[in-house]
Design a protein around this ligand. Structure first.
Ligand code: CTP
Length: 407
């Protein structure tokens, strides 16, 4: 992926042990396609050398407002005018206080003050000891910085360099990368609550055995991520998969189709969009045994009877809110052939405005896929791409349809 292609980021480092993570962050930004200009405070250079940051960014580092390399000797103006964003990671408690007061006694703070405020966004990733983070002065500064238009990334929780445990760690480089990518994406689902079902279900035969399928959950998780990136509140009802939860997404783990139905109906009560990507088992054993079924030595096989599972999507699509247009339902169809015919029929059968068809065997477990979007107006092919790119495309298409249906 090149989610930051064409973006020029000024990466500001201030004094803190989390400077070691800034090295990895710099690499990650570049790997994602950005160009990175590193600017360091004097304190940051106590924790990591400009040589390291220069080697990683492939550009010489700026650390003084008196740097004579710039023809006009105005590094604070030149560097801030070129940037698509200034990201300060780590941002110390002291630097937050400086930003708040508009102080400008070193290159980085001078540059933040001198940047065109409506063109060059300022983002900060705070990093400090938990007591410093919790201090009323820091929390007051935080609130004011947000009010001034600064984007403040969350802090992590956990072990701190000082030996204490709590809030205030800088987020990991991969998390900051995701948050930055997300920052640049249009918030087409702002104000929406998107419910996504994902993964397989597991239908118990006995306490150690069950029936499931090969769904990896990757498409549903990518959609949950894309919906969050687009500004929605996202609830992800996930069958048994080991994928990491996308950032900012509320995850509800379920096992059986019955569990998934209960969770989906519950969260659908205040969702505005339901995207059913889960590969729900069509049948479950009529009676799950409480105890492990044992071989009796005769070679006889157990007799299993099945009952049909509830259709979660069709159930949610029939609720009064969905019928009234307050809950926009999107189904998926995993087919092996005749995609358009089956997807069109399935859309009508499930009673949903939009159905997304894909070829099941070609997508299960893969990182990429191709989609066919079927709605009342016809079908649109979305060519093969990574599941995240497809998810972002789908989110854009859903947002477009919501604008047409919601007042
Ligand atoms: N679905 C559901 N509950 C079920 C079965 C399916 O919510 N019990 C949803 C899936 O999440 C998907 C859509 O319905 O969004 C289509 O699933 P699919 O398995 O392709 O369709 P089926 O209804 O099972 O039809 P068939 O197996 O006959 O193709």
């Amino acid at each position: 992926m090149n989610d930051l292609a064409g973006k020029h980021i000024v990466l500001g480092l201030t004094g803190g042990i989390a400077c070691y993570k800034a090295a990895e962050l710099c690499r990650a930004l570049i790997k994602e396609g950005a160009t990175v200009q590193v600017v360091m405070t004097e304190a940051a250079a106590k924790f990591i050398t400009p040589v390291t940051m220069q080697a990683l960014s492939n550009r010489s580092v700026y650390d003084s407002q008196w740097d004579a390399r710039e023809g006009n000797n105005m590094a604070h103006i030149n560097l801030s005018r070129e940037a698509d964003a200034i990201l300060i990671a780590p941002c110390s408690a002291d630097f937050m206080a400086k930003l708040l007061h508009g102080r400008a006694d070193d290159l980085l703070s001078l540059m933040c003050l001198a940047r065109p405020i409506d063109k060059v966004p300022l983002l900060i990733a705070p990093a400090m000891n938990r007591e410093m983070w919790a201090h009323p002065a820091t929390q007051r500064n935080l609130a004011q910085l947000k009010a001034d238009g600064t984007t403040v990334f969350d802090v992590g929780t956990g072990d701190q360099a000082c030996g204490e445990t709590g809030d205030g760690r800088m987020l990991e480089p991969e998390e900051l990368l995701q948050d930055l990518v997300s920052f640049f994406l249009p918030k087409v689902l702002a104000g929406q609550h998107v419910l996504v079902s994902a993964g397989p279900t597991y239908e118990a035969i006995d306490p150690v055995r069950g029936i499931t399928n090969l769904s990896s959950g990757k498409m549903g998780f990518a959609i949950a991520r894309a919906a969050h990136e687009a500004g929605a509140r996202v609830t992800l009802v996930a069958g048994p998969v080991s994928l990491p939860t996308p950032r900012g997404v509320e995850r509800v783990n379920v096992r059986s189709a019955q569990n998934m139905l209960e969770a989906s109906v519950k969260y659908a009560q205040d969702a505005t969009v339901f995207i059913a990507t889960a590969a729900v088992a069509d049948w479950r054993p009529a009676q799950a045994s409480d105890q492990k079924i044992k071989k009796d030595g005769s070679g006889a096989t157990p007799q299993l009877d099945f009952v049909e599972n509830p259709d979660i999507l069709a159930t949610v699509a029939k609720t009064p809110r969905a019928a009234a247009g307050a809950l926009y339902c999107v189904g998926f169809a995993a087919e092996s052939h005749d995609l358009l015919v089956h997807a069109t029929a399935k859309r009508a059968r499930k009673g949903v405005p939009l159905l997304v068809g894909n070829i099941g065997p070609a997508t299960f477990g893969q990182d990429d896929n191709a989609l066919l979007l079927v709605d009342a107006h016809g079908a649109q092919e979305v060519p093969r791409n990574s599941k995240l790119v497809l998810a972002r495309h789908l989110v854009t298409e859903i947002a477009r349809r919501l604008r047409a249906t919601q007042p």
